[in-house]
Ligand binder design. Structure first.
Ligand SMILES: [Zn+2]
Length: 66
């Protein structure tokens, strides 16, 4: 997927950018400024489920079914 992005420095539209591959970085083809769209920064948030939380959830489920 490509994106059309307005350069925040000069306001010109840069077309067909592969922002996902560059984590949002683009180099404006008109003024040469390198800018980053922060919404494309890779999120390093991995949900962690601990075993005791799983057990608790199971027990609550069992109690609800009883
Ligand atoms: Zn520019």
């Amino acid at each position: 997927m490509t994106y059309d992005v307005a350069c925040p420095v000069c306001g010109r539209i840069n077309r067909s950018l592969y922002l996902e591959e560059t984590e949002g970085w683009m180099e404006c083809e008109y003024c040469g400024s390198s800018t980053q769209d922060l919404s494309f920064q890779k999120m390093v948030k991995i949900p962690v489920i601990r075993m005791n939380q799983l057990k608790q959830a199971g027990m609550q489920l069992a109690a609800a079914n009883a």
